[in-house]
Design a protein. Sequence first.
Length: 149
Amino acid sequence: MDFKVESVVACKEEVQELLEQHWEEVALNKDVIKLNPDWDQYKAMERAHMLKTFIARDNGKVVGYFVVTVTRSMHHKDHLFAHNDVIYLHPDYRKGLAGARLVKFAEKELKRMGVSVLTINTKLHRPFSKLLEFLKFKPEETVYSKRVV
């Protein structure tokens, strides 16, 4: 398996099937909130160096992705923070260390870019907290969500 920093916009056709599978697996309120990525926003954020995408490939085929936004914290202007947008690994690749290797690759690249902190939000109904704890991540906040429309 190979890991690379790539443009999510440039490989959007390659990730489309995986993205749909990801949405089916974890999305809430699917009956009213449909999958509809804003590729123009992704492109603008990539151009502004505020979005980084880490792709996992097996024999050239995309089997996972980890997309983060990279920003200066309003509370700590001297540090860059990376916050995950999406992270997903095809179920066939979740055994073993593929997920850990994807996260570690992203960590290494983000550190090289000067990022101080990486945060990953997880869905409580689809947790992968054991993997994150194995990688020395610590729980920091609880996020609550409610559909208001």
